[in-house]
Design a protein around this ligand. Structure first.
Ligand code: SAM
Length: 373
């Protein structure tokens, strides 16, 4: 890729990049075992079209190394090991700058399960869209799309990303430096072309907005296209960047939300390493999430709702199934629970993926009988 402009690599990993990589790791850690154990998935493909050199100059592991290590860790889990040989996890890494691609190859060996490519991301993704492994509806695809950082104009054709998001069994994490987009909207940026192209792609009007408002519109635009979409805010000084989850599957969305909660808690742990109140801090965060969920849940269960409806409601509103279950436990004296099948247990709320699947009948229904009625 000799025609690609030489970009300026980061020598020190920045805090927001660390957080982005940690979220990626947690999502893979939570999601991969389930995909590997799922009967409907044949193989899993993890793909980074903007992979970077694999390691920052200060020695910090970049996303490709973290992905490779997480895949190995998951594959070595005793339960997953049992099915080994039947399923594969393949890691595709593309990096446009030759020097970085070479560094990446020195860091991670190209093998049957890892493919390293040195191409323009658009060309690489176009090839993916025609590749049988990527097209197959039996293979789960997980894209980590992290184009910005060294260059602001990495994505030449956003319609290719739309095609990637629409592949069967496809989900992505996508990094967007929203503050840069905001600067373009507010007229401060001279190099506005990438921002303009992005806003056009997402159908977002170029009127002045805060990064938070822009991010909400980005999320809405993907939801309008039928995706599960959530954002995760990353601060770099006064800049606000966001990483988006964009997927077609409710279970993947649940895993992303759970990973997001874990990263927020582990960040607090990191900051309060020496605090005696760490456990309490964790509880406070969960408690806050649970209270937030109860606020939206109570009007929803004014009429009877099944465990399946409540699972769907929680995920669509950005709450993990874990938080939804905790909220129901907390409200148990304020709700009426009807058992819908003989085997249902009185104190179990069944708000999880296993009980949401189409093949599963609703097990209970719940109605609010508390103060707001
Ligand atoms: C933000 S970095 C990726 C960092 C990596 N995800 C990590 O966390 O370790 C973006 C990378 O994409 C590469 N890149 C930028 N534009 C590209 C393009 N159009 N095609 C291919 N690679 C590109 C850059 O050279 C850079 O290494």
């Amino acid at each position: 890729m000799s025609d690609m402009k030489m970009l300026n690599p980061e020598d020190q990993v920045q805090e927001h990049s660390k957080l982005k990589i940690k979220l990626y790791e947690k999502v893979l850690e939570g999601h991969l075992p389930v995909l590997l154990l799922s009967k409907s998935i044949r193989n899993v493909i993890v793909c980074e079209p903007f992979a970077g050199p694999g390691r920052y100059d200060d020695g910090t592991e970049g996303s490709p190394v973290v992905a490779r290590n997480t895949i190995e860790k998951v594959k070595n889990h005793p339960t997953v090991k049992k099915i080994e040989g039947q399923k594969q996890v393949k890691l595709y890494l593309n990096e446009g700058v030759k020097k970085f691609a070479e560094k990446l190859s020195a860091e991670i060996n190209d093998s049957e399960s890892v493919k390293i490519v040195n191409n323009k991301a658009d060309d690489f993704l176009r090839k993916c869209l025609q590749h049988r492994e990527f097209i197959s509806a039996y293979n789960q695809k997980f894209f980590f799309i992290d184009p910005f950082g060294y260059s602001e104009s990495s994505v030449a054709d956003y319609s290719i990303l739309s095609d990637i998001f629409h592949l069967p069994q496809s989900e992505s994490m996508f990094f967007i430096p929203v503050s840069h987009i905001q600067r373009f909207i507010s007229g401060e940026s001279k190099q506005g072309e990438p921002a303009r192209k992005f806003l056009e792609w997402r159908g977002i009007r170029q009127s002045y907005k805060s990064p938070r408002e822009i991010s909400n519109e980005i999320v809405e635009s993907f939801r309008k296209d039928g995706f599960f979409c959530y954002d995760f805010e990353l601060s770099a000084g006064s800049n606000k960047y966001y990483i988006y989850y964009i997927g077609q599957h409710m279970y993947g969305a649940d895993k992303f939300i759970a990973a997001k909660d874990k990263v927020i808690i582990s960040e607090r742990e990191e900051k309060d390493k020496y605090s005696l109140f760490l456990e309490m801090e964790k509880e406070i965060y969960y408690d806050w999430m649970i209270q937030e969920f109860i606020k939206i849940l109570t009007p929803f269960i004014i009429e009877f709702r099944t465990n399946k409806e409540i699972y769907d409601f929680a995920i669509r509103n950005g709450f993990s199934s874990k938080v939804a279950n905790e909220a129901l436990k907390m409200c148990k004296n304020d709700i009426t629970v009807d058992l819908l099948i003989d085997k249902a247990k009185k104190h179990c709320f069944y708000v999880n993926w296993c009980n949401f699947k189409n093949s599963q009948p609703a097990k209970i229904r719940i109605k609010w009988k508390g103060k707001n009625e």
